[in-house]
Design a protein around this ligand. Structure first.
Ligand code: PGA
Length: 257
């Protein structure tokens, strides 16, 4: 069975005050003991120690990026070992905003993925096509290329140690959401690409959808057979909105088919 996972991505937002209040509000309305889904929150790195200290024990502590290097003269970088040291469980790699604004290549992203794996962090590899690429029928080709550099590194023992998030760039922060059918089509494609390497692994990997996912559309998206939860940007900044999405995920378990 694949348990759904809902991850918040605060991006460049937040403060200690917001984090404290957010967790109070979230704890008020979400009971991990009665819950059937995993929940993660990816905050700016400076807030990781506070998150680790005051979060419910079952919530996963997430970072939004990691260095492709392990140590050395790389000013401003934060290594996977450092993230693990302050309590991170999970890290986003290859988010489209990193690809676009920091020119991250597939090779660089694959190196970040490897760093995360090497230090027992769960990498969430983000992939997705732009509006132009979708319009010119390149969606599958773009995603195949983004996946390839990482898939080459996969071994069967990693099946439960990473996730993939499909985030169509045209849907991120725009209020446009992929329809459930569009999301399913791409998720199925991603699983089929993983299956070329290892069928068992492909069945086990959780594939998240991201891109204007909210309380209104989460249930329909998560009901799709290959959508195993969400990566939530804007709607994760308000605890109650995020909680609504977690509640939608709660009722769903996916059979590995
Ligand atoms: P959004 O962002 O939910 O605000 O569209 C998703 C993301 O970029 O992770």
């Amino acid at each position: 069975m694949r348990k759904l996972l809902v991850a918040g991505n605060w991006k460049l937002n937040g403060s200690q005050q917001l984090l404290k209040q957010w967790l109070l509000d979230f704890n008020d309305g979400f009971d991990f003991d009665k819950s059937n889904c995993d929940v993660a929150l990816c905050v700016p790195n400076v807030y990781l120690p506070l998150l680790k200290q005051i979060k419910p024990s079952s919530m996963l502590c997430g970072s939004q990026d990691v260095s492709s290097h392990s140590q050395g003269a790389y000013t401003g970088e934060v290594s996977a070992e450092m993230l693990a040291d302050v309590g991170a469980d999970l890290v986003l790699v290859g988010h489209s905003e990193r690809r676009a604004y920091h020119n991250e290549s597939d090779a660089k992203i694959a190196a970040k993925f490897q760093q995360a794996i090497d230090h027992a962090l769960i990498p969430v590899l983000c992939v997705g096509e732009s509006h132009e690429q979708r319009e010119s029928n390149q969606t599958f080709a773009v995603i195949e290329k983004q996946l390839k550099a990482v898939i080459e590194k996969l071994t069967p023992d990693l099946a439960d140690r990473f996730l993939i998030a499909y985030e169509p760039v045209w849907a991120i922060g725009t209020g446009l959401t992929a329809s459930a059918e569009q999301a399913q089509e791409v998720h199925q494609f991603i699983r089929s690409q993983l299956a070329i390497n290892d069928v068992t692994m492909a069945r086990q990997i959780r594939l998240l959808y991201g891109g204007s996912c909210n309380g209104e559309n989460a249930h329909e998206l998560f009901s799709m057979p290959d959508v195993d939860g969400g990566l939530i940007g804007g709607a994760s900044l308000t605890a109650t909105d995020f909680m609504t999405i977690c509640h939608q995920a709660n009722s769903l378990l996916k059979n590995e088919r």
